[in-house]
Design a protein around this ligand. Sequence first.
Ligand code: ASC
Length: 130
Amino acid sequence: PFEKPSEAIEYRQAAFSMIATNFGDMANMVKGRKDWDQAQFSQRAQFIAQLAQMPEEAFQFKGAEAGDTTKAKPAIWSDWSGFNAKLTQFQTDMNQLAKVSLEGDERATKKAFGVAAKNCKSCHSDYKYK
Ligand code: ASC
């Protein structure tokens, strides 16, 4: 779907931007900064489960690495199998969170959120500049 690297970068960043906005609202609920709303939380988890499938093809686009001046570390491409494993973990975590949150148990939902958030951080420390 991309003609040039800048399009792949833009697409990837758009996906992560939407992921971050949805995830941030969920974090606010988990941390009690806003009222718990199971239905809204679950809707956001469904959104992210879909969005989490999107960045992979953009990172894989030929030439995406060259001249990338974003927060993406070169290790994404030099250690593709390591990065891809974390990306797959993210997709798995978000599918699990989407499923658990739909079942409606607040405690189980918060627990699954914690697992996902921990893995977000672990990937960022290796593959994303601050
Ligand atoms: C966020 C955000 C991240 C993750 C991470 C979770 O809301 O912007 O990068 O959660 O902090 O550990």
